[in-house]
Design a protein around this ligand. Structure first.
Ligand SMILES: Nc1ncnc2c1ncn2[C@@H]1O[C@H](COP(=O)(O)OP(=O)(O)OP(=O)(O)O)[C@@H](O)[C@H]1O
Length: 337
């Protein structure tokens, strides 16, 4: 069943430069050349996306492709030049300043690349900070802050100051802080890109573990395709302000909609995106060597499946939905499918 839409962007534009609004009123669909001639930058152009409840929606693109601007439009930190943005069925563009403050405080969580912790506050105080702004009483906010600090794996460090923590730990505090207010939607703008590769991978695992518990609606920006396919339910690929394609990691690699997406995904190993469910066969009553998760990518299950003569049973929760053979896995690994 398709999940309900929580954030709906329709034909959203953000142009930077002189008289951007009047320009768009007379040129509803300007080309790159039109924009250049008018001395305008098309940071976000004709974007239509629907973010669904509980999904990890990744926005991917090179530097300058418009990712941050689009996410800032979604939270109205930036006013879009044209278009419609509905959050939980409320028109965000006509919300008053007061309503926006409340929405951002109570319904939206944000984590940025720069950890932006308050240096003179402890881990616990940093995590409790958004609740302090909301006027939540001290006891409740401390309880909640302890919960989220524990959730991100920092139990025992509540009294530390940011300078006493590593980069990865500081970002965990950033994550805890943005979770403290229990946002409906969570925006993460390159949250791990300041971290070294090993820590970055650890944080991605941690992030997936958290999402397994919390089931948040997440909009996650990255310019790293590996990170995108590890984390995303769906990926939007952006180029020059335009969304080239929105698809699951698997569809993006197997059915790229444009040459640009094809070029971007050309080097991705198929075993990293093809899932067991896509290459399984119907159950035929054989005996099985073991079980694999239907959503697991081939790379993750290749070793045990390849090692046995018997097929593995493919499970969706506790329901068997098919079987997967050594041959099917090898076909993916050698690029035969
Ligand atoms: N305040 C601004 N004024 C003028 N141009 C801007 C402004 N903010 C962004 N831009 C331009 O809009 C385009 C998109 O920028 P944006 O920061 O959204 O890209 P991005 O994909 O997030 O890049 P990065 O990965 O480097 O953060 C760029 O050409 C940028 O120079």
């Amino acid at each position: 069943m398709t999940k309900p839409v929580i954030l709906d962007c329709r034909n959203v534009w953000k142009l930077y430069g002189p008289q951007a609004d009047t320009f768009l009123k007379t040129n509803a669909t300007p080309s790159s050349a039109d924009l250049e001639a008018a001395n305008l930058i098309g940071a976000v152009r004709a974007v239509n996306v629907q973010i669904r409840k509980g999904e990890i929606f990744v926005i991917m693109g090179l530097s300058g492709s418009g990712k941050s601007t689009l996410v800032r439009c979604m939270s109205r930190l930036v006013d879009s030049t044209a278009g419609e943005i509905r959050f939980e069925d409320k028109d965000l563009l006509s919300a008053s300043e007061e309503e926006l403050i409340q929405i951002r405080r109570k319904k939206m969580g944000m984590v940025f690349q720069q950890f932006a912790l308050l240096p003179h506050l402890t881990v616990l105080e940093n995590a409790a900070f958004p609740l302090d702004i909301q006027g939540v009483d001290k006891k409740t906010r401390e309880e909640r802050a302890r919960e989220v600090v524990e959730l991100v794996g920092l139990k025992g460090r509540e009294g530390y100051f940011p300078r006493e923590l590593s980069g990865g730990q500081q970002q965990r505090v950033g994550i805890a802080r943005s979770l403290a207010a229990e946002p409906e939607i969570w925006f993460l703008d390159e949250p791990f890109s300041a971290l070294d590769p090993l820590i970055r991978r650890e944080m991605q695992d941690e992030f997936l573990r958290l999402q397994n518990i919390l089931h948040k609606t997440i909009v996650f920006i990255t310019h790293d395709f590996d990170e995108a396919i590890r984390l995303a339910d769906r990926i939007a690929v952006m180029k020059d302000g335009i969304i080239e394609q929105v698809a699951t990691p698997e569809d993006l690699v197997l059915q790229p909609a444009t040459d640009y997406v094809a070029e971007f995904t050309r080097h991705v190993s198929r075993a990293k995106v093809i899932r067991a469910a896509s290459v399984m066969e119907p159950l035929n009553g054989d005996s099985f060597a073991g079980e694999v998760f239907h959503n697991a990518v081939i790379e993750a299950i290749a070793d045990p499946v390849e090692a046995s003569d018997l097929p593995h049973k493919v499970m969706d929760g506790d329901k068997p939905v098919g079987q997967i053979s050594r041959k099917a896995v090898i076909d993916v690994l050698v690029g035969r499918r």
